[in-house]
Design a protein around this ligand. Sequence first.
Ligand code: AP5
Length: 187
Amino acid sequence: MRLLLLGGPGAGKGTQARPIAAKFGLTHLSSGDMLRREVALGTPTGLAARGYMDRGDLVPDDVIIGMLVQPMTDAARDHGYVLDGYPRTVPQAEHGYDVGRPLDIHVQVVVYLSVPTAELVRRLLARARGVDDTRDVIANRIRVFERDTIPLLDYFTTRGEKVIEIDGTRPVEVVTAAILRELQPLA
Ligand code: AP5
C-alpha cells in the first residue's frame, strides 16, 4: 500500500502514521522528522532548511525532493509507505508522480485528517515542540497549509486516486480505528 496522510499542522499525521505503518508493514516517511534530524546534525540540508522551518514556511521543493525521492522509491519497492508531510504542495506531488508513475510507486490512497483550526492551535501550543510551536509561527503554518496543501485534495481527486476524509477531532485510538477500517479492504 502506498499512502499519503494529509492534514494541517497538529492534525495527527505523525501520531496516526505509526500505527498504520505497524499494522500494514509499511515504511513511515516523515519529512518533518527527517528535516529535524538534518538540522540537529548540521548537514547542508539542515542548514538550508532551518530558517524556513523556524518561520513556519515551506522548505524549497528542490531540497525536499532531493531528500525524499530515494527513500520513497526504496520503501515502495519494499512493502509500501505512509508519507507524512510530503508531498505538501502541488509541484511536489506532480514531481513525485512524474518520477513514480512509470515505476508504479506513486501515491495510491490519501487519508485527510480533518481538524478545525482552533483545535490545531490548541494541540500545538500544548505540545510546544520548539520555536515552530509558538503562536505566530503556528498561525503562519496554518496559512501555508491552507494556501499550499489544501489544493492537494483536488489534485489527487482529479488524478483519480482514492481520497478518504477522517474526522481527526476524536480521541487518538478512535481516529486510528476509523482509518484502519477504511484501509483494510485496500490492503
Ligand atoms: P512537520 O513536522 O511535517 O510539521 P506539520 O505538518 O506542521 O506537522 P506536525 O508534526 O506539527 O503535526 P502532525 O499532523 O504530525 O501532528 P502530531 O501527530 O505531531 O513539518 C515541520 C516543518 O518542516 C514545516 O513547517 C516545513 O517548514 C518543513 N517541511 C516538512 N515537510 C515539508 C515539505 N514536504 N515541503 C516543504 N517543507 C516541509 O500531533 C500534534 C500534537 O497533537 C501532539 O502533541 C499529539 O499528541 C496531539 N494529538 C494528535 N492526535 C490527537 C488527537 N486525536 N486528539 C488529541 N491530541 C492529538
